[in-house]
Design a protein around this ligand. Structure first.
Ligand SMILES: Nc1nc2c(ncn2[C@@H]2O[C@H](COP(=O)(O)OP(=O)(O)OP(=O)(O)O)[C@@H](O)[C@H]2O)c(=O)[nH]1
Length: 613
């Protein structure tokens, strides 16, 4: 191809994401764009093609990233190539959002015309600004009777700090404004920069495991080009592979001969292991490597660990296989075998956060048909023993005897909270309550403040984000990084049922909160553990010292008895229901303990929250 064509080619590319608060209409707008550009025929369009996992669709969250290529004939007579890059929307995945935005030049910031700017609108806008993106404000759902586009424009200007007078007004539901939106993408979002003649530099912003092709990488080419047969190198781990296929998603995979500067597409190279190809890494050519990797690469490591046990002990092998399968697609999922006296054989599994944990649990139960008991999530503690040994403890039950412990260190994070200045008070109050140490506060502009706190990871993981949202009416955004370990006065709380400690119910807590937590958890467990044939004593203990106690009384009589008298169908229904209920119970000693009991520590925090409001 003559060189001038290649330069021209770059001029007609637009790479962008759609970012929005949950439910403001991101997926619906994406669907309309695909329809209007004939990327996908209306009749083929299953609702919201971009979210292709069942769970995503049901929960309305987008977990895996996707990039679709589409072609748009603009009013200037040229045909433009658009790459629409989908982003996940939750703080657990904020690093992935940031990487996918780094693959774009622009972002459509979608705001609901009735709801206005909300928490994730702000968080995503900050990420877009951080990545130097051109932001095109879109006010959606203008068909709603309660829509107030003029007010939302002002709000966007004040809260987000961008010009919104020219915001595109859309009703994705009715298709209004989408034609204008396509033109604005051409006009407002810059064409990709970069140099075809420089050594290859491509950003990996997603990876998915495919049983035929191995790992499929989503990449954005920032310089140079890559084609089938090239030997590539991943710059952060030095691993090399030979490219077997490149192409674009439109929306199904369409192989191409090469991907060039400005392109967004996929690449396969017989890579067997997603762990080798972390999101954020840079691909270059082994023969002509780029000098420097793209900035901002972050190794993702799990933040929370939880025990996962099959309710039926015979399903241990199935659980291992299922976890292995999920891991093929999820480089951040880690697990290793563990045993519990109470629960038998299972795995200690590491997650990015609680949402990640929920999603994995749900996929195991639904896609792999497993019934699981999960123990309350914990962070990693570093324990120094008197004999000089150091241990990393990711399971509270494994904490050594206090007499052997010299000190316990807990992981700390630097939390950056961005918030409109009116909400600084509540944010500081919350951070103090969560054992935060104030670091700095600075003004980003006339309206926004960045507050930096050092906080224990254990406090952040559980409900910090939710509390932050509720104490700032959703306007704060949060990003955090682990910054090391600090000595802390942590103690292990044991829970005893009828005098027997249940290892899977132990948790680690700061000494200052221990008594209070002990009392609360006992009260909570009393409501969760069902009545049995005999009395069940529940105790919370630190070492040998009982700090709280309560009792679940025995049945007075066999209340289920009379229910078995009815006709057969009714009886069967009842038996079925019992069976299903039982699935999530585990016999610990002689006591039947439901799944909820193992999560009581978390639910207790909810109560804490309510109590503190
Ligand atoms: N009235 C009206 N409803 C809309 C419009 N656009 C989207 N919706 C509805 O709003 C709800 C959320 O839309 P989605 O497109 O799923 O929103 P989303 O931002 O992708 O949501 P998440 O995937 O959960 O982040 C759906 O019920 C849509 O049908 C619109 O223009 N007008």
């Amino acid at each position: 191809m003559p060189q001038v064509d290649l330069v021209d080619r770059q001029k007609y590319i637009r790479n962008f994401s759609i970012v929005a608060h949950i439910d403001h209409g991101k997926s619906t707008i994406a669907d309309r764009i695909l329809e209007m550009t004939d990327t996908i025929a209306k009749r083929d369009m299953e609702n919201q093609v971009l979210d292709d996992m069942d769970i995503e669709r049901e929960r309305g969250i987008t977990i895996k990233l996707n990039a679709v290529e589409l072609h748009y004939q603009a009013h200037d007579g040229h045909t433009y190539t658009f790459h629409l890059i989908d982003t996940p929307g939750h703080v657990d995945f904020s690093y992935e959002v940031s990487r996918s935005l780094a693959a774009c030049e622009g972002a459509l910031l979608v705001v609901d015309a009735a709801q206005g700017v909300e928490a994730q609108t702000m968080a995503n806008a900050y990420l877009a600004v951080d990545n130097d993106l051109e932001i095109v404000p879109v006010i959606n759902k203008i068909d709603l009777p309660s829509a107030d586009p003029a007010a939302v424009k002002t709000q966007i200007e004040e809260m987000v700090g961008i010009d919104a007078q020219n915001a595109v007004l859309t009703s994705a539901k009715k298709g209004t404004g989408i034609a204008e939106l396509l033109e604005r993408i051409v006009q407002d979002i810059p064409a990709p920069q970069g140099d075809l003649h420089k050594p290859l530099k491509a950003l990996i912003f997603d990876s998915v495991y495919d049983s035929y092709r191995g790992v499929v990488l989503s990449i954005r080419v920032l310089d140079g080009q890559v084609k089938v047969g090239d030997r590539i190198e991943l710059m952060n781990n030095g691993k090399q592979f030979e490219v077997t296929e490149v192409g674009v998603m439109s929306p199904k995979a369409v192989p191409r001969e090469r991907l060039m500067v400005g392109d967004v597409g996929y690449l396969t190279a017989s890579i067997k292991n997603v762990q080798d190809t972390r999101v954020g890494d840079t691909i270059t050519l082994a023969a002509h490597p780029a000098q420097k990797a793209l900035p901002g690469y972050r190794q993702i490591t799990p933040m929370v660990y939880s025990g996962m046990y099959p309710v039926d002990n015979n399903k241990y092998g199935d659980l291992r296989e299922s976890l292995e399968k999920l891991q093929l697609n999820d480089a951040s999922l880690e697990f290793e075998p563990e045993t519990s006296q109470a629960l038998g054989f299972g795995f200690r599994v590491g997650f990015l956060g609680l949402l990640h944990m929920d999603v994995i649990q749900e996929r195991l139960e639904r896609e792999f048909n497993l019934d699981l008991i999960m123990t309350a999530p914990s962070v990693n503690y570093r324990v120094l023993l008197n004999d000089g040994q150091e241990k990393i403890i990711d399971n509270p039950a494994k904490l050594p005897d206090p007499a052997e412990i010299k000190e316990i260190q807990e992981p700390m994070v630097q939390a950056e909270i961005m918030v409109p200045k009116d909400y600084v008070g509540p944010v500081m109050e919350l951070a103090q309550r969560k054992r935060g140490q104030f670091d700095t506060m600075s003004y980003l502009d006339d309206y926004h403040v960045k507050v930096i706190y050092k906080l224990p990871l254990a406090e952040i993981i559980f409900d910090f984000f939710d509390s932050l949202k509720s104490s700032t009416h959703g306007y704060a955004s949060l990003d955090y990084n682990i910054v090391g370990y600090e000595v802390s006065k942590m103690v292990k709380m044991d829970i005893l049922l009828n005098g027997e400690p249940v290892d899977a119910l132990s948790f680690i807590v700061h000494q200052d909160f221990a008594y209070d937590r002990g009392r609360k958890i006992v009260r909570k467990l009393k409501t969760i553990i069902p009545r049995q044939q005999f009395e069940v004593a529940i105790q919370a203990a630190i070492g040998n010292k009982i700090v709280a106690r309560s009792t679940v009384k025995a049945y007075r009589k066999d209340v289920t008895g009379p229910l078995y008298g009815g006709d057969q169908t009714r009886k069967n229904k009842l038996l079925d229901k019992q069976k299903r209920g039982k699935k999530r119970m585990k016999d610990v000693g002689h006591v039947s303990v439901p799944q909820a009991a193992f999560m009581a520590v978390l639910q207790m925090d909810d109560d804490d929250l309510k109590g503190s409001k």
